[in-house]
Design a protein around this ligand. Structure first.
Ligand code: NAD
Length: 275
């Protein structure tokens, strides 16, 4: 299976489909990421706050997969003392992952009440210059946060990782990012199973038409919409299922019908109030 890549504004290529480890138990992470790598995933999305970077690192080391075939993202949780703690934070992540650089390093949430994300971004710019990460980006940034960041800095974020699934697509943020050359990474691509997405006729009918599962149709919809995605599952058979999406193509009408499922159905926190 050949997974498409997207060239980021940093010039680096990212596999459009990866594997996320939010809420993966640290004690099980090595086994679960090993299963994902065996299923063919080469792009792993973790974060310091997930507490499972060590397990990701052990799975990478054990796999024997050449470093340049892997794309590893982690994220910084910005705190009251961003400037002081920013470098120790990336160094701690690198040590846990057993890597001397990550491929993508993100500010996890803007946490606007703390008013630290511009300062944190300047630290990330330095990390990229120092070779600790190949690309830098943000997560959960809304348009006002992005405008402020762009005004105050030299490097345009390579990605904005935001909640996107058919019931919640954030078209305004997506249009702004497209205009600025910021790729969209869609978190909760399956809506975290919190609404009956798989029973929607637009999804179920496309699944039947292509002999695929509803989950595969939703992952495929993301790829055709240009999103970078990393669905999560603890189960090897679902990892394989979510990865097996390159042998069919949704029609323009099917994509449009799934896009029409937008209903402002946010399942996660709101970036303006999450601090
Ligand atoms: P998701 O939409 O990927 O949903 C995961 C859930 O969907 C699983 O727990 C499972 O219950 C179900 N599922 C998975 N595959 C399935 C299948 N084939 N059939 C039926 N059900 C299936 O949600 P997520 O894990 O929150 O998001 C994916 C990744 O995005 C995370 O693991 C993490 O890496 C990232 N993320 C980032 C942020 C952020 O703030 N930046 C927040 C949440 C998630």
């Amino acid at each position: 299976m050949t997974i498409p890549t997207i060239t980021l504004n940093s010039g680096r290529d990212i596999p459009q489909l990866g594997f996320g480890v939010f809420k993966v138990d640290p004690a099980e992470t090595e086994r679960i990421v090993t299963d994902a790598l065996e299923a063919g995933y080469r792009h792993i999305d973790t974060a310091a706050i997930y507490g499972n970077e060590e397990g990701v690192g052990r799975a990478i080391a054990k796999s024997g997969i050449p470093r340049d075939e892997l794309f590893i993202t982690t994220k910084q949780w910005i705190t009251e003392q961003a400037a002081d703690r920013s470098r120790p934070a990336i160094e701690s992540s690198l040590e846990k992952l057993g890597l001397d650089r990550v491929d993508l390093y993100l500010i996890h949430w803007p946490a606007p009440a703390n008013d630290l994300y511009v300062e944190a971004w300047h630290a990330l710019e330095q990390f990229q210059a120092d070779g600790l990460t190949s690309s830098i980006g943000v997560s959960n940034f809304l348009v006002p946060h992005l405008e402020r960041l762009l005004d105050a800095s030299d490097i345009v974020p390579a990605v904005n990782q935001i909640e996107v699934h058919p019931a919640y697509q954030q078209p305004g943020v997506q249009a702004f990012c497209r205009d600025k050359g910021i790729a969209i990474e869609a978190w909760a691509p399956l809506g975290q199973g919190k609404y009956p997405l798989f029973e929607e006729a637009a999804v179920a009918d496309a699944a039947e038409a292509h002999g695929k599962t509803p989950a595969q149709v939703v992952v495929r919809w993301h790829l055709q919409r240009g999103h970078i995605v990393f669905p999560k599952s603890n189960r090897a058979e679902r990892m394989a299922e979510n990865f097996d999406v390159t042998d069919f193509e949704l029609t323009i009408g099917e994509v449009a019908a799934i896009t029409a499922l937008e209903r402002d159905g946010r399942v996660g926190s709101h970036p303006d109030s999450f601090n």
